[in-house]
Design a binder for this molecule. Sequence first.
Ligand SMILES: Nc1ncnc2c1ncn2[C@@H]1O[C@H](COP(=O)(O)OP(=O)(O)OP(=O)(O)O)[C@@H](O)[C@H]1O
Length: 349
Amino acid sequence: MSDRPSAILAELREVSVEHRAPGSSFLTRDRVHALTGADVTVAAGETVGVVGESGCGKSTLVKVLVGLQRPTSGTVCVGGRDIWQMSTAQRRRHIGRTVGMVFQDPSTSLNRRLPVERIIADPLDVQRWRGQRDRMRRVTELMHLVGLPASARDALPAHLSGGQRQRVAIARALALEPALLVADEPTSALDVSVRAQILNLLMDLRERLGLAMVFVSHDLQTVRRVSDRIVTMYLGRVVEELPVARIEHGRHPYTQALFSATPGLLRPMQPIPLSGPVPSAVHPPSGCPFRTRCWRSTEACATAMPPYTGDAATTSHRYRCFHPVTDPSDLHRGAVPAPGAARPVEEPA
Ligand SMILES: Nc1ncnc2c1ncn2[C@@H]1O[C@H](COP(=O)(O)OP(=O)(O)OP(=O)(O)O)[C@@H](O)[C@H]1O
């Protein structure tokens, strides 16, 4: 991968998403900060892995990318165009042609009342795809592409296995020949026995069709295997993005802690224990969101958000941290806290 990718397929600039907090009243007006100030780009042909603990905003980020979630602020460009400056119909058409989306659970993402053929053809119908014969031919082609037998054409989702259902979802996502496929935990709802098959299918399709991919997963080994670049998120913030070749050189302590929890992912290292719960997304800490669990934090971390900076040697490795890990052997020399030694989580004011 070159350090400076050429064609940008999707770009988030300073994107934030807030939701009304469950149980918030008209008076408190509490907001959940699901995504804050996210800057992410996806270039043609590259695979970007998105990682982070549950609730850190991964799904929100991909929903924003595919136009399913309108940001509270910031700009979302897909195929070079600001999708929220378009009419609803224009936006649907434009995104449909540029981006395909595969969701986590095909049991809920597919319309259970429609046969496979109608599900796969749905994006073609929405875009008024040529004639009926072309439509039928395209469905056959797509079923073949994802390894579905012709006999599945008239089946309802309930009559298919979980793996076959996910193949239907992938066929639907590819119907309009998008340049970018966004997959949000595409294998985690499947039986362990078929996960590898679906992952291999996605990798095969990526190669054959020259797709760019955004791949969200909790499985860091897989993310490392499939990605060119990794984006680490914490409490609604992108805290680091780095080329997979630099995975040993994660600068953000959270990236190091996250990766250290998967044995064999990095050089031999002790898991870095993180004490305390993830702070509330309604009342995130001031400054760096990770500071309440970070063993390297200082007062500076509470007063301001670290800028999104990079190493001089590479434009594709950026992180938000006042005390980046510049020497990974730091982590072996006792800088790692004993369990429970990280700073206690402060109660929101
Ligand atoms: N519609 C909503 N209303 C209120 N809060 C929401 C809504 N959608 C998401 N959130 C909150 O936004 C935050 C980010 O959620 P998101 O689903 O993006 O996280 P995630 O990293 O994808 O989690 P997981 O890995 O468990 O899927 C969480 O605190 C979540 O509870």
